[in-house]
Design a protein around this ligand. Structure first.
Ligand code: NAP
Length: 330
């Protein structure tokens, strides 16, 4: 089978590799779609740790091609995959904090992933989706599961004023989740006009261009702010624009060695809750259900679809202005 293998930092190969056979507890997935995200770019450049050689791709789904003995799955089923594999037995897993499992490994990071014709997948990671789902939508289920984790931590009840900083895939999924959760106001702050226009079509009630407006002046008193940019500026803004007693959900990843000054006094007297949100602990199944329901506008987020031959060019070039999501269809 064909696969995109990361052989070393900055070295990819579209290789012919042996097609795996599923043993007990495993299935072979024929990949229909795999998203490319910022983490893949970081892995490629050596800025995020991964095994090498490894087949990249952690946002994927497809059709079950072969099952292992006594499998509960059926050949031909359309499925999404949770790439994050945990032990299920450690104190963190038992307490449902699976993102902190010390044994955590991920398809497409430490184990061969979805930028390939086929992937050998543990059955524990497989989530069926509606038959007939647009296969391209499979690429959104993992990032949506991470966004749903942020929503869980925000615990919106309806009627809240919500700000979202950063209009990439995560920010634009959170816009749609906030709308479904009944937020009364949804303000999206992002620099690219195309993304602001998309946000207005999918649920934002107001958009702000941080290059032309002072975010901390024009966005104030938010009940919940989602930091989805992974930038120092937006992290600082999030604390200023959130109301006293409000909550900042930090989804965006800065570089691991980024530090900045905070004002502890202000956090105390404002009872500000600054809450990190990491990966998709126990949210993949709800993400698969929500994508299957057709309630999200995902087509508007798809900028380019490439085959395996096109992956190198995508990873060698920064996303073009206005582009949101690139998907590989092997
Ligand atoms: P993305 O496509 O890079 O989107 C982030 C966007 O934020 C940028 O494209 C940029 O859009 C905007 N931005 C950057 N600086 C800004 C600023 N100063 N003010 C306003 N907007 C700014 O990435 P993504 O896939 O949506 O992911 C978002 C973040 O979440 C990333 O840091 C990613 O690593 C992280 N992430 C975290 C988890 C988790 O489990 N916590 C899971 C997946 C991803 P404009 O050019 O339009 O400003």
């Amino acid at each position: 089978m064909k696969a995109v293998v990361l052989k070393a930092i900055n070295e990819l190969e579209l290789a012919e590799v042996e097609r795996p056979e599923p043993g007990p507890g495993f299935s072979l997935i024929r990949v229909l779609a795999c998203g490319i995200c910022g983490t893949d770019r970081h892995i490629y450049k050596g800025e995020y740790p991964s095994s090498k050689p490894v087949i990249l791709g952690h946002e994927f789904g497809g059709v079950i091609e072969e099952v292992g003995p006594s499998s509960k799955f059926k050949v031909g089923q359309l499925v999404s995959i949770d790439p994050n594999i945990v032990c299920g037995k450690c104190p963190d897993c038992l307490a449902k904090r699976t993102a902190f499992c010390p044994e955590l490994t991920a398809l497409g990071v430490n184990i061969n992933g979805g930028i390939a014709e086929y992937v050998l997948t543990p059955d524990s990671q497989i989530y069926p989706v509606a038959a007939g789902l647009n296969p391209l939508h499979l690429a959104f289920i993992e990032p949506l599961a991470c966004s749903i984790r942020g929503m869980d931590l925000a615990a919106l009840k309806g009627g809240e004023r919500v700000a979202i900083l950063g209009g990439g895939v995560i920010g634009l999924l959170v816009v749609q989740l906030a709308k479904l959760a009944g937020a009364s106001e949804i303000v999206l702050v992002t620099r690219q006009k195309f993304r602001r226009d998309v946000a207005l079509k999918i649920g934002a009630t107001r958009v702000v261009d941080p290059k032309n407006e002072d975010v901390s002046q024009v966005v104030t008193g938010m009940d919940v702010t989602f930091e989805c940019a992974g930038a120092v500026d937006t992290f600082k803004q999030s604390q200023v624009i959130t109301r006293r007693g409000g909550c900042v959900i930090v989804l965006g990843l800065t570089a691991a060695d980024t530090n900045l000054e905070i004002n502890p006094f202000s956090i105390v007297v404002n009872e500000l809750r600054i809450q990190g949100s990491f990966l998709n602990p126990l949210t993949q199944s709800r993400a698969a259900e929500l994508v299957s329901s057709g309630k999200l506008n995902l087509d508007i987020l798809i900028s380019k679809v490439v085959d395996l031959d096109g992956v190198q060019a995508v990873l060698d070039t920064p996303p073009a202005e206005g582009d949101i999501k690139y998907i590989v269809c092997p």
